[in-house]
Design a protein around this ligand. Structure first.
Ligand SMILES: [Zn+2]
Length: 348
């Protein structure tokens, strides 16, 4: 064993002891954090960047645990209104743009697979080739009992790429298309998560003039996932809490109910919006109209429509859960004040 290659990591000792230890051992001092078998070792709290290698190859159990923490952060109800996989879609596809960790992990491992078949010259790649691939090559390689979970995961990914591509040559072509260009992992990520068509309401829901909490309510409405009574089988009373005259569906609560109808009427009169607001689709059409003389009026309309939807939903919840009666005048004033504040127009 040669002392030249030996390093020592020290933490929590004073300079004199440190110096003496180096003299006695003849080792080279090194700084923490460092990686041992891929795990970051540190004497202090790890920085986010120190976790990168761990995140690069998470096992599915860890991914599931992270999902479950995120899920309970997002929703307080035991039955989340939208599946986690849907939240992980990009906004343009109707999701919230969270990252699907399991697909991202597969994309990162696909990059390792690409390096393997491309025989890129790193120590690990050379070792894998020497140990596993001498006879079979990447595409004929089979897992043996006792191989590491990482290698087995890479093989699973190879098989799913091979299945889609149809042949080893086509699979190699696919890997090169992804990884010979910048943002290769993002391309592979799209492959593993599956791309969906664009949603027509996305621009409307997430426009920057609308407050994020209002966008969120609008987003749930657009996806048809606000938990109105008509969507809840276990609730015996399904009547609208505002009027008691009809089943509480999304269309009724927000557009057809007399209560919401009166509020829409006031907002429309105030901002000179002509089309009737009787369905979600008619609201979307109004969102897309541009008021030709004024950008501010267009913005005011968007902000007001989103605020009205949001406050109607809050008022409905306050009535159901706290028995607080809806004050139409107050709700209308809140919408108006919110519009003025957002546009920077202050009134008393
Ligand atoms: Zn009603």
């Amino acid at each position: 064993m040669s002392n030249v290659a030996m390093h020592i990591y020290m933490a929590g000792i004073d300079e004199t002891v440190r110096h003496r230890l180096l003299q006695i051992t003849g080792f080279q001092p090194r700084e923490m954090p460092f990686r041992y078998l891929g795990i970051p070792i540190a004497s202090q709290k790890l920085r986010i960047s120190d976790y990168t290698t761990l995140l690069d190859a998470l096992t599915s159990g860890v991914v599931d645990r992270i999902y479950s923490i995120c899920r309970s952060f997002m929703w307080t109800t035991p039955r989340p209104p939208i599946a986690w996989a849907e939240l992980c879609r990009p906004r343009r596809e109707g999701g919230l743009g969270l990252r699907d960790l399991s697909a991202w992990n597969r994309a990162l491992l696909a990059k390792v697979l690409w390096r393997l078949q491309d025989k890129q010259d790193t120590l690990w790649i050379r070792w894998v080739h020497h140990t596993y691939l001498q006879q079979s090559g990447v595409w004929g390689w089979t897992a043996r009992h006792g191989d590491s979970p990482l290698l087995k995961q890479i093989l699973q990914i190879r098989d799913s790429i091979l299945e889609t591509a149809g042949s080893p040559a086509a699979a190699e072509q696919l890997l090169s298309e992804w990884f010979q260009q910048p943002r290769g992992v993002a391309r592979a990520y799209d492959f593993f998560r599956g791309v969906r068509p664009l949603q027509p309401w996305v621009q409307t829901v997430w426009q920057s003039s609308i407050q994020p909490s209002h966008s969120f309510t609008l987003w749930l409405l657009a996806r048809g996932r606000l938990p109105v009574r008509a969507r809840q089988d276990y609730i015996p009373d399904r009547q609208c809490v505002f009027c008691g005259q009809a089943e509480e569906t999304l269309e009724h609560l927000f557009f057809q109910c007399d209560t919401s109808g009166r509020l829409w009427g006031r907002v429309r009169a105030w901002l000179h919006m002509r089309p009737a607001m009787t369905t979600f689709q008619s609201m979307l059409r109004t969102f897309r109209q541009r008021y030709r003389r004024s950008y501010t009026v267009t913005s005011a309309r968007h902000i007001a429509m989103a605020a009205l939807v949001h406050h109607l939903w809050s008022a409905r919840n306050a009535l159901i859960h706290e028995g607080r009666q809806l004050d139409e005048e107050r709700l209308y004033r809140r919408v108006q004040t919110h519009v003025y504040r957002t546009l920077g127009v202050y009134t008393d």
